[in-house]
Design a protein around this ligand. Structure first.
Ligand code: IDP
Ligand code: MG
Length: 154
């Protein structure tokens, strides 16, 4: 099954939203295969936000992402890259759909509580960026019998 990378950003840690955010992914039926609290540094942020390096807000984005620790998570599920992006909602949190994590929990474009990989290809790169192979876990999840139909579990 597919895997994707989610970061719980410093604003969510400061605002006591870690449990709420983890719970959204759990309730969806996704499998947590890796989780790690970490302080991000300039090197990893330069790589992670390379597509934004030329933007005027890049420096403040890096500063924000280094202002407190973050939590990196790897979630697994059928077509979960797309499912997790939908759960997170659009970048500008105050316009994000109600019911989504950003739509329910945030107001800002920058302080938008979570990061999620935007494609299968980027998910693979981002998981490698934040996790060693031995930090990711393969295990059976008993609820899968009811989270997926038989044909989807194959
Ligand atoms: P995404 O997180 O929804 O994938 P990206 O465009 O990849 O959005 O941007 C990465 C992060 O950079 C956003 O989540 C947000 O924290 C920050 N960001 C994006 N656009 C802006 C902006 O216009 N001003 C300030 N911060 C921004
Ligand atoms: Mg992005």
């Amino acid at each position: 099954m597919e895997r994707t990378l989610v970061l719980i950003k410093p604003d969510a840690i400061q605002r006591g939203l870690v449990g709420e955010i983890v719970s959204r992914f759990e309730k969806k039926g996704l499998k947590l295969v890796g989780m790690k609290m970490m302080s991000l540094d300039e090197a990893i942020l330069k790589e992670h936000y390379a597509h934004l390096a030329d933007k005027p807000f890049f420096k403040s984005l890096s500063g924000f992402m280094m202002s407190s620790p973050a939590i990196a998570m790897c979630w697994e599920g059928l077509e979960c890259v797309n499912a997790v992006r939908l759960l997170c909602g659009i970048t500008k949190a105050r316009s994000a759909e109600a019911g989504s994590i950003r739509g329910d929990l945030a107001m800002s474009v920058s302080c938008n509580v979570v990061h999620a990989s935007d494609s299968v290809e980027n998910a693979a790169k981002e998981i490698k960026r934040f996790f060693k192979t031995e930090d990711l876990f393969d295990y059976a999840k008993s609820e899968y019998e009811f989270v997926y139909g038989e044909d989807e579990r194959a």
